[in-house]
Ligand binder design. Structure first.
Ligand code: UDP
Length: 236
């Protein structure tokens, strides 16, 4: 017996018999630019659930706490229910997307150190960029210790995913993470890890293999998602 708890742009969340566990059903629906652009990507639900499952398992293996339990269907994951922190944590290795607009640096510029940014998770405000004082003193989203922990986790996850994607012949340009608190108030990684929230460029020729193909109508969107899935599956 399961009940729909929430339907988002890319996932439906169901309850389970255990109140501490939820099921995430990954949809083929795709949105971009704060849902102004809408469409579907064939088999995206299966691709994103499977890539997320593989990457969460990889992180768990390296002692990073995530909400992942198991994959119960091609497009469904069982997850621990978290009290989500209203922050989008973006990690960047290479300049792209909004960082081009904010800094004027050329897309593709390699950053000397990974850059971490915090955005306020609020669609009605368009997920604005926050500085530490906004996070800590104004919005009080987390404590200073928790913010430091988020930075530490984000950098550790970046290193692991960057190395993993290199083995897949893919450059991890940037990605977005979301965290939450478990029943014991410990920070765990939540949400998903998929081509919907990562920029992935083919190492050999810079070919875009992520949601930017959908955002900017570059064509072969389904094929790019399948290519990432195949490479992730053969590397795990
Ligand atoms: N991202 C995301 N959800 C968002 C905003 C960004 O998953 O609401 C991801 C995006 O896919 C990219 C990274 O975070 O991998 C950095 O995105 P950016 O700030 O450049 O914004 P965008 O160009 O996507 O608007």
């Amino acid at each position: 017996m399961r009940e729909k708890l929430y339907e988002g742009k890319a996932k439906i969340i169901y309850s389970t018999a255990d109140p501490a566990i939820i099921v995430a059903h990954f949809k083929n629906d795709a949105t971009a630019f704060n849902a102004q652009k809408k469409g579907t990507i064939a088999e995206k639900g299966v691709v994103n659930a499977t890539i997320s499952a593989r990457l969460f398992a990889l992180l768990e293996h390296t002692c990073i706490a995530t909400h992942y339990i198991d994959q119960i269907a091609p497009n469904e994951l069982r997850l621990r229910k978290l009290r989500m922190i209203l922050l989008e944590v973006v990690v960047r290795n290479i300049v792209a997307g909004s960082l081009v607009k904010r800094t004027g640096l050329a897309s593709g510029t390699l950053l000397d150190e990974p850059l971490i940014e915090f955005y306020y998770k609020d669609d009605s405000l368009g997920d604005p960029l926050l500085n530490d004082d906004h996070v800590l003193s104004v919005l009080k989203l987390v404590t200073a210790e928790q913010l430091a922990e988020l930075r530490r986790l984000a950098l550790q996850i970046n290193q692991l995913l960057k190395d993993f994607y290199l083995r897949c012949g893919i450059s991890l340009v940037d990605f977005k993470l979301e965290f939450g608190f478990d029943g014991a108030d410990q920070i765990q990684l939540g949400d998903e890890l998929s081509p919907d929230n990562c920029r992935l460029w083919n190492l050999e020729d810079g070919r875009i293999l992520d949601k930017d193909r959908f955002r900017f109508d570059l064509g072969s969107v389904d094929a790019a998602y399948q290519e990432v899935l195949q490479r992730v599956e053969s590397a795990t």
